[in-house]
Design a protein around this ligand. Structure first.
Ligand SMILES: [Zn+2]
Length: 255
């Protein structure tokens, strides 16, 4: 009887050990998978933006991926139209929402953190911009912010002073009555504070005076050898910094 008790105890002890070993090896396996995923995706721990909150299978959607990040072009959602109406899209605009696309983009900010950005552009350059911003992201090219100008009441000067990168804004060319390429959603301004527009002796934004001298070296300067300049021009965009006469270092447009 005593022996039987011992066998039962040994059997139970064996079961307990097997269960804990099983748990341990399973836990180790999970750790290994997690480590693998971390090194394969992004090295620093980042907020996870990677799952879009909407279907990407609808009509007019276009996507470009970099690792797990999905860059999306879609028709302007109603909520975005409401933000634009009376701001970047005034009542007298000669372009319609159906000619524009809403882009979800990712970029590294000046601190090296990954941020989700949004942009409105003409549908004819939407795919180019997905590819261009994907390339900039892959290159860890710093962009201060990418927000709609409507967050600045469509005030171009305010958006530029905030160093915001943007595209569509139904407005005239700065200092003229001519309709801008931005009004057609065919031009993008990148990091405008360090890359101002210099025209007729005036600087836009007016807070960018320290960045007028392009012979000086400073971070986020777009020049002839800059990666952003190279990638935009490789997609057939013209760079405002290369124009004769007035210079617009932030500006890329497709004719
Ligand atoms: Zn511009």
């Amino acid at each position: 009887m005593k022996n039987t008790f011992c066998y039962v105890m040994l059997f139970l002890l064996g079961l307990t050990m097997m269960a804990s070993c099983g748990e341990k090896s399973e836990h180790q396996a999970t750790e290994n998978v997690e480590q693998k995923q971390t090194t394969e995706t992004v090295e620093e721990k980042q907020e996870d933006f990677r799952l879009p909150a909407f279907s990407i299978d609808g009509d007019g959607f276009d996507t470009v991926r970099y690792k797990d990040y999905v860059f999306i072009s879609q028709p302007i959602p109603d909520a975005v139209k409401a933000r634009m109406q009376g701001k970047s899209m005034p009542d007298n605009a000669t372009i319609g929402f159906d000619e524009l696309r809403y882009l979800t983009l990712y970029h590294y900010d000046y601190e090296g953190n990954i941020q989700q950005g949004e942009m409105v552009c003409n549908q004819v350059i939407a795919h180019d911009l997905l590819c261009i911003f994907r390339a900039l992201f892959a290159e860890v090219y710093p962009i201060y912010s990418i927000r709609l100008v409507d967050d600045f009441d469509a005030d171009d000067e305010a958006s530029m002073q905030a160093n915001n990168t943007s595209c569509f804004n139904y407005r005239t060319v700065v200092g003229s009555r001519r309709i801008s390429k931005h009004a057609m959603g065919l031009a993008v301004d990148v990091n405008p504070l360090q890359n101002p527009c210099i025209k007729h002796g005036r600087v836009h934004p007016e807070t960018a005076k320290e960045y007028i001298d392009r012979t000086q070296d400073f971070p986020h300067k777009i020049d002839r050898d800059d990666y952003c300049k190279k990638i935009f021009t490789s997609y057939g965009f013209s760079w405002g910094g290369g124009w004769a006469g007035s210079k617009d270092y932030q500006h890329f447009e497709k004719r």
